[in-house]
Design a protein around this ligand. Structure first.
Ligand code: MG
Length: 294
């Protein structure tokens, strides 16, 4: 099932998308009053039955008539992100000199984890703010993001996928100059609008083999990144087990799993984004997002 958060012009609603029909079914009447996507995810075990059977008979709106927002427009807390999790990207990042201070092309021995502020989240088709005057080195990172369903601490590798509610797409937009300048990555990764998310939150049951999904990006129509999720250095169960070892994961937590080679700093000279550029990120079965640099 593909769920969306959308604006009908006056209200923010939750719906189920039928991609082939090009329409969204408003499921607001099937949810407790005031529910957004976070409540849907948290109460999925009790809501899933009604949504599955009754969504097809709910009022429909053509997709082109609504504005899709990030599936989780305001996450409960910052988004967990994994750096340097595809081999070729580790190499290009090391060569670029932006991985201060070590300029290393060595593979990480443990997952490199940072977060993006909740206020960086923006819609799948919204403009990205270039933040001129704050950064002049804007880059893109196409990533598969995991959405946690059942939370927990000390989740084992073998149980990890049982805690996954679903998947979405995240563009881990990065201000490279700030990432390098401040050593720790929070500022360089967290500028407002620098986390386009969506278009859909896709339930895990719709993805037969997540490792077979392909993560791709294009800039102004030209292919930049393309890799299979099976190429992750630290796979999804390992990321969940490492993160949850001492941190309680919560329903609705988002974990961006890392980006493949082909980002702007992978080129010599680097190809940074500028106003008017259009970045598209797509993943098999999860749709595509398309954001213009304002
Ligand atoms: Mg990233």
């Amino acid at each position: 099932m593909k769920l969306v958060t959308y604006s009908n012009g006056t209200e923010t609603r939750v719906g189920v998308v039928d991609v082939d029909a090009g329409e969204v079914r408003d499921i607001g009447d099937l949810l407790p009053a005031g529910s957004g996507m976070l409540e849907v995810i948290e109460n999925w075990s009790s809501l899933q039955g009604a949504i599955t059977t009754q969504a097809p008979s709910q009022p429909s709106v053509p997709l082109e008539k609504v504005r899709l927002l990030a599936p989780i427009p305001t996450p409960r807390r910052d988004i967990f992100c994994v750096g340097k999790n595809y081999r070729e990207h580790v190499a290009e990042f090391g060569r670029s000199g932006y991985d201060q201070p070590d300029r290393s092309e060595a593979l990480p021995e443990d997952p490199v984890v940072f977060t993006k502020a909740t206020t960086s989240v923006t819609g799948p088709f919204d403009d990205i703010d270039p933040h001129s005057g704050v950064t002049s080195e804007l880059d893109y990172e196409a990533e598969l993001a995991v959405i946690i369903g059942t939370g927990g601490r000390g989740i084992s590798y073998d149980d990890a996928l049982d805690h996954v509610w679903g998947y979405t797409i995240v563009n881990d937009v990065t201000a490279r100059d700030l990432q390098r300048k401040h050593k720790q990555w929070t500022i360089g990764k967290s500028l407002d609008t620098h986390c386009p998310m969506g278009p859909y939150a896709v339930t895990a049951d719709e993805i037969v083999d997540v490792t077979a999904l392909r993560v791709e990006s294009h800039v102004n129509g030209a292919a930049r990144q393309s890799a299979a999720v099976k190429d992750l250095i630290f796979d999804i169960p390992e990321l969940i087990s490492v993160l949850s070892a001492g941190i309680t994961l919560l329903p609705g937590d988002v974990i961006a799993t890392g980006t493949p080679a082909g980002v702007g700093i992978g080129f010599d000279p680097p190809r940074f984004l500028s106003s008017g550029d259009v970045v598209e990120v797509s993943i098999t079965g999860l749709g595509a997002q398309r954001n213009r640099i304002a």
